[in-house]
Design a protein around this ligand. Sequence first.
Ligand code: IMP
Ligand code: MG
Length: 180
Amino acid sequence: MSQAKTLEMLISREQIAETVKRMARQIEGDYPAEMPLLVAVLKGSFVFLADLVRQMHRSVELDFLRLSSYGSGTESSGNIKLRMGVTSPIRGRDVLVVEDIVDMGLTTQYAYGYLRRKGASSVKICTLLDKPSRRQGRVKVDYMGFTVPNEFVVGYGLDFAERYRHLPDIYILTGGCDGP
Ligand code: IMP
Ligand code: MG
């Protein structure tokens, strides 16, 4: 029998907004000549991406990558699959990967390798959340919003079995997270 699920607020929408603004300034400052191509890793990063680009003062090109490793639970299978690749030309471009969360780091590592193999001249990583305690992959995070504890978090685009993406704040989900 599954336990009742509870949501405990971890990061408020106000904190998120302030941090996203800070990250946009930092990125713009680091690419004075030309903005990088932003490649968002679907699905979880869609809310962050939307807020991030609206804090930028220059046009940015976007593309999307869809990777999957999770089933419907909270544990990564470790077996990353490319569900949808980018369509923009990558060769010779500066690329910035936009992630919702870097947990074990395997998804980000896959995205990095994929874009490198496509000939990007640089690939940097931007993530709203970093959960460093379970890191396995070798990942250098260049832009980071918040470090989160080793808990399952939802909201602001992040889901548990496709639920909770709509929440404007970020919550820790507890109770019966181990199955669908
Ligand atoms: P990694 O390969 O373990 O780093 O997993 C990265 C992906 O797993 C993220 O892009 C998320 O989609 C998902 N993920 C990892 N931790 C969480 C979490 O706490 N809540 C929701 N999704 C998560
Ligand atoms: Mg995800």
